[in-house]
Design a protein around this ligand. Structure first.
Ligand code: SF4
Length: 255
C-alpha cells in the first residue's frame, strides 16, 4: 500500500493528495465510530507510534508532486493520523519540496497532547471531528479507547483552536443517533468559534443510515451565524489519481 495516494476529490478540501502515515491493512484508530466505512477498529489505541518509513514517504511525495495536480496535501487514511509520532518529521519532509497547503483530518482525540499540538501547529488547515455534545453520546457514536474522555477531547479542540493560526474547521457527522443533539452541539461550536463547520452524514457504505438532505438542512439552521458547508450542497472537483486501482480500494476505506 502506498503512503501517498490520490489526489481524491474532496467536497471540503478540493483536489486532495492523501498521506497515510498508518498505512496498515489492519484498522488502527483511537475511535471505533459506528459509521466508520473502514469497518471495526482492529487496534483501538491512543498510544502513538511510528508506522511507515519516512524515506519511503520522501520518495513517494516527490513522485506525486511530479505527476499529479492538487490543491492541498492531507494527512488522513486508514485510521487516526495523529497516532503517528513521526508526523512532525513527515511535515518537515513535505515542506522541503512544496508550498502547497498541508491539512489534517483528525478525530480530535489527541488534541490535548502537547506534542500533537506542536506538530499540528505546522499545518495550514485542521479539520477536527466533533460528533457529540456529552459523554454518553460520545461513547455511543465514537466508541473511543478507554482512556479517552469527552471532556478531554473537547478541551483539546478548544486549546488547538486557540493556539492554531491556520484555518480551523470542525467536521460533524449527523445521523439518527445524534440528530436531536444538534442544538447543543451548535452551542458547543460557538465556544470554539471555528472558521468553518462541515455538516456531514454517512453517505459512504457503512452500517449507519444517512440523514436526508431536508434533515441536514434543518440541522444546519441551528448553526446560524457560523460559517457552514454541507455535504449535500457541495460539489467535487475533477481529479486525476496517480493509481486508480488503489484509490478505488481506498475510497472504500478512507475515513
Ligand atoms: S471514522 Fe475516523 S475516527 Fe472514526 S473509527 Fe473511522 S477512522 Fe477512526
Amino acid at each position: 500500500m502506498r503512503i501517498v495516494y490520490g489526489p481524491v476529490a474532496s467536497w471540503r478540501l478540493g483536489r486532495s493528495l492523501g498521506v497515510d502515515l498508518l498505512c496498515s491493512k489492519k484498522k488502527i484508530c483511537s475511535f471505533d465510530c459506528i459509521y466508520c466505512q473502514l469497518g471495526k477498529t482492529e487496534q483501538l489505541t491512543s498510544r502513538r507510534s511510528s508506522f511507515v518509513s519516512l524515506d519511503q514517504l520522501e520518495m513517494e511525495i516527490k513522485d506525486a508532486l511530479a505527476h499529479a495536480s492538487m490543491d492541498v496535501i492531507t494527512f488522513s487514511g486508514t485510521g487516526e493520523p495523529t497516532l503517528a509520532d513521526n508526523m512532525h518529521h513527515a511535515i518537515k519532509i513535505i515542506r522541503e519540496f512544496t508550498d502547497i497547503p498541508l491539512a489534517v483530518l483528525t478525530n480530535s482525540s489527541l488534541l490535548h497532547d502537547k506534542d500533537v499540538q506542536s506538530t499540528l501547529k505546522q499545518l495550514d488547515i485542521i479539520v477536527a471531528k466533533l460528533d457529540a455534545s456529552d459523554p454518553q453520546i460520545f461513547q455511543q457514536i465514537n466508541q473511543p479507547a478507554t482512556e479517552i474522555t469527552f471532556e478531554q477531547t473537547f478541551e483539546g479542540i478548544k486549546t488547538m483552536r486557540k493556539i492554531f493560526s491556520g484555518k480551523f474547521a470542525l467536521q460533524i457527522m449527523f445521523m439518527r443517533e445524534n440528530k436531536k443533539h444538534a442544538p447543543r452541539i451548535a452551542e458547543l461550536t460557538e465556544d470554539i468559534q471555528p472558521d468553518e463547520i462541515q455538516i456531514n452524514t454517512p453517505l459512504r457504505r457503512c452500517d449507519v443510515k444517512p440523514l436526508l438532505k431536508k434533515e441536514l438542512d434543518e440541522i444546519e439552521k441551528h448553526f446560524t451565524g457560523l460559517n457552514t458547508i454541507s455535504v449535500y450542497r457541495s460539489s467535487r472537483p475533477m481529479t486525476h489519481p496517480l493509481d486508480k486501482t488503489e484509490l478505488i480500494e481506498r475510497r472504500r476505506m478512507e475515513p
